[in-house]
Design a protein around this ligand. Structure first.
Ligand code: TPP
Ligand code: MG
Length: 319
């Protein structure tokens, strides 16, 4: 069994991720000036489990629903809210009030490349750079179920296998791509089989079980680091809200959401930790309260932060 401290830390990171998400959604609904708001509710176990399994020198290309990965790798909630509020303190320095544009190479994070699935060839390039420099580092990239139907997904798996690239591809199957359900996107939801057809090792995990995700990611990353070639992890979950905040997701059957709600990643972890006497409910409540107050502090700091200086408008423009 994993170390008790590690398992409690997983809960704490998921709680912080959920608290951020709840606050972001509440702020958008009350008109407090937020930009692109994509809820990651339901994805906490994937983003946190993978983020915690990565090494400090590895590089991630997270997506719009991978808030936990940013937080675990050290992107502060202040900076992420700063970005959402268009402040100079966000990683995009007021240029992209969104959950995109959150790159910081000093933290091993390449911000979300919105043109799906173009993060994948980018991550393959990063992985091959590590290989050519003989650095024991791994690139970890994330893609949605919908993204796996794009051609470059297959091209990247093919070349990654040929080159035995130190690459881990995390497929977040949340049953929908915008309003399109899985069965209208692909006739086979067995994405592992598609990876294997390209010569990439594939593994499928319960994407709501943070420990299962962590173990799959840890093994995959270590295998890739040791020269064993790329691995694809299919993590199944559910997108619990709409694609973005403006989308009420009325097209999702209510019963489906109710079923997944029973398997909410935080609820699963809490129940397990309490049942196995790893943590008391009071200790977990206290982590939830700490997360909520950490987020309040971050929002206050981000709201007090300055907007970018007009003179900085052309900074970062090279051509
Ligand atoms: C090339 C391209 N086409 C369209 C879009 C618009 N778009 C953004 S997210 C998205 C749905 C993606 O679904 P999926 O890959 O399942 O990820 P999820 O949003 O469910 O996490 C679409 C169509 C885009 N970003 N890039
Ligand atoms: Mg999806």
């Amino acid at each position: 069994m994993l170390d008790a401290r590690l398992r409690t830390d997983m809960y704490a990171w998921m709680s912080l991720t959920r608290a951020f998400d709840d606050q972001m959604v509440a702020m958008w609904k009350s008109g407090r000036g937020l930009g692109g708001t994509f809820s990651q509710r339901g994805h906490e176990a994937i983003s946190v489990g993978v983020g915690m399994a990565m090494g400090p020198d590895d590089v991630a290309t997270p997506m719009h629903r991978d808030l936990g990965t940013y937080l675990v790798r050290g992107m502060t909630p202040e900076r992420i809210f700063g970005n959402l509020l268009g402040r100079a303190t966000g990683p995009s320095q007021g240029r992209d009030a969104n959950l995109h544009g959150l790159g910081d190479l000093s933290l091993g994070i390449i911000g979300f490349i919105s043109h799906i699935p173009q993060a994948l060839p980018t991550a393959l390039g990063v992985a091959m750079t590590f290989r050519h420099r003989l650095e024991p580092r791994v690139a970890v990239t994330f893609i949605g179920d919908g993204g796996t139907t794009a051609g470059a997904f297959h091209e990247v798996l093919n070349m990654a296998a040929v080159w035995a690239a130190p690459l881990v591809v995390v497929v977040e199957n949340n049953q929908y791509a915008y309003s399109t359900p899985l069965n209208q996107q692909m006739a086979s939801a067995d994405i592992v089989a598609k990876a294997e057809a390209h010569g990439v090792l594939g593994t499928r995990v319960d994407g709501n079980d943070v420990e299962a995700v962590y173990l799959a990611a840890r093994d995959s990353i270590e295998r890739a680091r040791a020269g064993g070639g790329p691995v694809l992890i299919q993590a199944d979950t559910m997108r619990m809200l709409g694609h973005a905040i403006h989308d009420g997701a009325e097209y999702v059957p209510e019963g489906l959401l109710a079923d997944w709600e029973q398997r909410d990643p935080l609820r699963l972890t809490r129940n397990r930790l309490v049942e196995q006497r790893t943590a008391t409910p009071e200790a977990l409540d206290s982590l939830d309260r700490a997360a909520a107050s950490r987020i309040q502090q971050a929002v206050a700091a981000a709201e007090a932060a300055p907007f970018p200086d007009g003179d900085s408008l052309t900074d970062g423009v090279y051509a």
